[in-house]
Design a protein around this ligand. Sequence first.
Ligand SMILES: [Zn+2]
Length: 103
Amino acid sequence: MKFIIPDSFEIAGRTYEVKYVKKCTDCSDDVTGQVRYGAGVVELVKNIEDCDDATNVVFFHELVHSILFAMRENPRHDEKFVSRFAELLYQAIKTMEKEENNG
Ligand SMILES: [Zn+2]
């Protein structure tokens, strides 16, 4: 299934807008994405050299952060957990197949 990054999404009543930026707000240059919970914004740094996969993985990473935020779980958001979860979730979605006449 080809995944297309949405313009916005909602989690637990909070709407997040996805914005492409040259640099994430108040971050160092090497940061490729962040969630601004208060503003309801997911910032993604999109370079022309980036393949879709790279940007999609960053999107999923920020999505997992926003889910954990809504769940009030794991308040410090273990980055290793977030990255691995995001990669595997994206892999599952990317490889999903559905035949027209199957159920
Ligand atoms: Zn992170």
